[in-house]
Design a protein around this ligand. Sequence first.
Ligand code: GSH
Length: 205
Amino acid sequence: MELFYSPLACSLASHIVCREADIPVTLRRVTLSTKEIEGGGSLFDINPKGAVPTLRRDDGSVLTEGPSVLQYLGDLKPASGLCPAFGTDERYRVIEWLNYVSTELHKRVFYMMFTPESDDAAKAAARAAAPRRLDFVARALEGRDYLAGSGFTVADAYLFWWLTLASRVGIDTSVHGVLEAYKSRCAGRPGVGAALSYEAAQAAR
Ligand SMILES: N[C@@H](CCC(=O)N[C@@H](CS)C(=O)NCC(=O)O)C(=O)O
């Protein structure tokens, strides 16, 4: 399988899951502004939406949209616990969190902060939307190690990416000790640490 990614973009969550679950993938780096794939080709020819994560499976079929890619990867390795079994309450909690991170954090805050379609007022409004959402996430993590169930799941991979990027773009997550502890807990996992170091090095290139 090939995972089309861009360093430190939301595709980091899928990369983390591959490392956590020992799923062999070839990482294909994409320059998002031009959609060029390192080594040749355009992401548009693989995913007409031109977005990462994009997963090309061994049969050539392509899966897109972070929450579906994350669940697909997690389901490849059920024993990893990264994606709880269908039908369990834990699975619906994971889906609930994936949706929250995707819509309320990723798109509501980051997308509006960075899209050229936003003027300064829209960018400021997006940034201002972060603290209330951080309060909510911090409260949800009070007394628990991870978002859903007892272990690290694909939802944590997605939230970890968002929190990591948030700090890099001046959103202060350190006001919540619980979030700092959560970030360190996640970063200390071998798969998370390896994916983050790899992409940080790629981003610095
Ligand atoms: N709806 C997609 C959006 C993913 C997304 O926003 N990816 C960003 C990187 S974090 C991207 O590829 N942006 C480039 C673009 O949309 O032109 C998903 O949930 O996977």
